[in-house]
Design a protein around this ligand. Structure first.
Ligand SMILES: [Zn+2]
Ligand SMILES: [Zn+2]
Length: 124
């Protein structure tokens, strides 16, 4: 996977071509596109883009998510990406913070309300 720098945005075309440009090089295109008017071809740097074929302008993050989905990865409810077929173990990996005393617990019990450390559990 190529490195994607933060201030790059991607113009995705209907034919699947991705045109990566610095954010500020695309302000003009974005403005024209969102105006809703028929604008035809637009020149950006040395390229001529048919505005009718533009699917959208996406951030690097969105593109990265798309690349991951294409590769079969999926995002779990904890916001972590997992490989295809990989099971989500984020719940186990999360720090076990006691809902009563707020300390990270070494020994804990799952309750309906959340995680209780054994001290709070027995001290109830
Ligand atoms: Zn997960
Ligand atoms: Zn506790």
């Amino acid at each position: 996977m190529r490195e994607i720098s933060k201030n790059l945005k991607c113009v995705v075309m209907r034919n699947g071509i991705e045109i990566w440009k610095e954010d500020d090089r695309l302000t003009d295109l974005a403005k024209k596109l969102s105006s809703g008017q028929k604008i035809g071809f637009i020149q950006i740097d040395d390229e001529l883009i048919n505005s009718a074929d533009v699917v959208g302008i996406f951030s690097a993050n969105t593109m990265q998510d798309m690349i991951r989905r294409k590769n079969g990865q999926w995002k779990c409810q904890y916001g972590t990406w997992h490989d295809k077929g990989e099971k989500c173990d984020c719940k186990e990996k999360m720090p076990k913070t006691c809902i009563s005393c707020g300390q990270v617990a070494d020994n804990y019990i799952y309750t309906e309300r959340g995680i209780l450390c054994t001290k709070c559990w027995f001290g109830r």
